[in-house]
Design a protein. Structure first.
Length: 119
């Protein structure tokens, strides 16, 4: 099982980025996995930013990103996304994709992609 994140980078406040998480090597169909995006800033604990469930695609967001970030998935492409708009300096962090197989609880992590929001 492999998760590869992409889409991070350097952006000015108010800008946008779209993170992608491409999954491969699964035995089970991608649609059966919950997708989470976490982030970790230097000196801080990792925090859950957004979740999209497996069956119905219900979404949850960290309060500080609600209304600015959108999590989505394309099961046909085995890919999850995090659209980030109106970025703020406090969004600066390493962002990680995590997928959890709903039936077993098995989970997998990507290597992370850096997002830096600065003037």
């Amino acid at each position: 099982v492999q998760l590869v994140e992409s889409g991070g980078g350097l952006v000015q406040p108010g800008g946008s980025l779209r993170l992608s998480c491409a999954a491969s090597g699964f035995t089970f169909t991608f649609s059966r996995f919950v997708i989470n995006w976490y982030r970790q800033a230097p000196g801080k604990e990792r925090e859950l930013v957004a979740t999209i469930t497996s069956t119905f695609g219900v979404t949850y967001y960290l309060l500080s990103v609600k209304g600015r970030f959108t999590i989505s998935r394309d099961n046909a492409r085995n890919t999850g996304y995090l659209q980030m708009n109106s970025l703020k300096p406090e969004d600066t962090a390493m962002y990680y994709c995590n997928v959890v197989r709903a039936a077993s609880g098995s989970d997998y992590w990507g290597q992370g992609t850096q997002v830096t929001v600065t003037d």
